[in-house]
Write a protein that binds this ligand. Structure first.
Ligand code: HEC
Ligand code: HEC
Length: 466
């Protein structure tokens, strides 16, 4: 279902659900706080320079992007009957073609590099983009792998794999804030975003397509006149990108060592096995409660995400250009990069749980790219609430001067949204739940989630499919 439509239909107010969202004490106070805070979040600085900056980084909102990729896109196929293999071939060409950008130098693959599981190739918090590649992105680049079972965004999710657990709250959707329900509507955003591929219009993109060496392949795929009408050519293009991203071999190969283990073709080392146990232990890592590690009830290999959209209080990243404005907050689900849920105070600060498959290939972590090593990420989980001074700055002025500004990337009114369960919750002695040795073993385990493991490496006989 269309994201906007789903948002409009759910008018129930700040319906708080799921163990992960802390219930609000007073709706009235909350509503007052929300409107004040939201104003603060979107308030534009008075200086002319700040205004210019604000314009430059104006995000393409979900309503824009969805109007670019209309809903008739699947039904268009009835007439043209494009073959999947051809759509994938032409989608691949487009994905790797820098000519499809305003700069002429950036393709989808510049940010989503196949050598890094279609994630970022470097440790920058966000990638550069724009007409002369001088503008910084707003968020860290996610991997494009393992979106095969990602559900479209819903506010109320009932998880087959958590029978009886009830409403799991906001779940799913593409993007860190789950704002896109399909891969084709998503594809329109990077093509147009002024700080990404920065094309002027869909028409501009189609003009480039007509000149591409693979224009004949495009016509062969979608019909002899497929490039004549710009609006439909643009839609075909986003559909081709979608089909390319559904190529199982490229995007969900399930070829990690852990997959081999689950297929009975390999065994974990003692360290890896111990790491998995800590990862699963509800009183230790408790990671699997969000980053699912077991074969699903329907038999699917684990995704290492339950796709829940939730707030974990990642520290603010001052390196991001958008964060140079102290009044700006990326609040994820409640905006400003996504529209429609601004009034849902309990959603502010929530981001979609990423899959941990191929996470060891990453050099930048979390939606704002504020971390650069797995060790630091895991230590953050262990000590966020036992040693917050390690992660958050101190308040500079006012009555709370010198106190640690916990969850500093959230305005005060939304800090209560942050999840405080295990592993964050200190143990009964007020200590961190994870030791250095346990963290080391969990990293060993996370390394088994990288694709490209060959079964021969394990020295075991390959189990044949029944
Ligand atoms: C300048 C870097 C950049 C380029 C170029 C780029 N992307 Fe992205 N991509 C991102 C970032 C950053 C995000 C996260 C966006 C967000 O959450 O708001 C993202 C998210 C995505 C997602 C959602 C993934 C998820 O985990 O839900 C898909 C799919 C995607 N991009 C596909 C593409 C395609 C297709 C292209 C080319 C048409 C492309 N991207 C070009 C940076 C880029
Ligand atoms: C309550 C749900 C929850 C639990 C429990 C949880 N995570 Fe996460 N994890 C998330 C969310 C949500 C994000 C994204 C947060 C953001 O970017 O703001 C995330 C992000 C990550 C990332 C960064 C991945 C990337 O692509 O940037 C890693 C690594 C990670 N988690 C590992 C773990 C480990 C290891 C544990 C257990 C010690 C754990 N998580 C427990 C929800 C959870």
């Amino acid at each position: 279902m269309d994201v906007l439509a789903s948002i409009k239909k759910s008018d129930q107010g700040p319906c708080v659900i799921r163990r992960r969202y802390t219930a609000s004490l007073s709706l009235l106070l909350l509503a007052l706080a929300v409107s004040a805070c939201h104003e603060q979040a979107v308030r534009q600085d008075s200086g002319a320079e700040a205004r210019a900056e604000q314009r430059r980084y104006q995000p393409v909102t979900v309503s824009h992007a969805d109007s670019l990729a209309n809903d008739n896109i699947y039904s268009m196929q009835v007439i043209a009957a494009p073959k999947v293999a051809l759509m994938q071939a032409v989608g691949r060409k487009i994905f790797f073609d820098p000519a499809m950008s305003g700069s002429g130098k950036q393709s989808c693959a510049s940010c989503h590099d196949p050598a890094y599981a279609y994630g970022p190739p470097n440790d920058l918090a966000a990638q550069p983009g724009g007409a002369d590649l001088s503008l910084m992105g707003n968020r860290a680049v996610p991997s494009l792998r393992y979106k095969d079972r990602l559900p479209a965004f819903v506010e109320h999710f009932y998880d087959d794999d958590k029978p009886g657990a009830g409403d799991q709250g906001p779940t799913g959707g593409f993007g860190w804030d789950g704002k896109f329900s399909t891969l084709h509507s998503q594809a329109a955003l990077p093509l147009m975003a002024p700080n990404e591929m920065a094309n002027a219009s869909p028409r501009d993109v189609v003009r480039k397509l007509r000149k591409a060496s693979y224009a004949p392949l495009f016509r062969e795929t979608f019909g002899a006149h497929a490039l004549d009408d710009e609006a439909s050519a643009f839609k075909w293009m986003t559909l081709a990108l979608e089909y390319f991203q559904r190529d199982a071999k490229e995007f969900f190969p399930y070829s990690s060592k852990y997959d081999a283990v689950l297929r009975g073709q390999a065994t974990l080392s003692a360290d890896e096995q111990h790491g998995l146990e800590v990862f699963n232990d509800p009183l230790k890592g408790n990671c699997a409660s969000c980053h699912t590690s077991k074969i699903s009830i329907r038999g699917g290999l684990p995704q290492f995400s339950d796709y829940g959209v939730i707030a974990i209080g990642v520290p603010r990243n001052p390196q991001l250009t958008i964060n140079h404005d102290p009044a700006f907050y990326d609040l994820g689900l409640c905006g400003p990069f996504r529209s429609g849920l601004e009034q849902q105070a309990a959603y502010c600060g929530a981001f979609r749980t990423p899959s941990l498959r191929n996470v060891a290939l990453r050099k930048t972590f979390f939606h704002n790219g504020s971390f650069h090593s797995l060790k630091d990420v895991l230590e953050f989980y262990a000590t966020r609430d036992t040693n917050p001074a390690r992660w958050y700055p101190r308040i500079q002025s006012g009555p709370h001067r010198d106190e640690v500004d916990v969850y500093d990337d959230l305005p005060a009114a939304y800090k209560k949204n942050v999840n405080r369960e295990v592993p964050f919750q200190p143990d009964t002695h007020g200590k961190a739940r994870l030791t250095d040795a346990e963290i080391k073993d969990m990293i060993a385990f996370l390394n088994t989630l990288t694709d490209g493991y060959t079964v021969a490496q394990s020295g075991k006989v390959v189990a044949r499919r029944p």
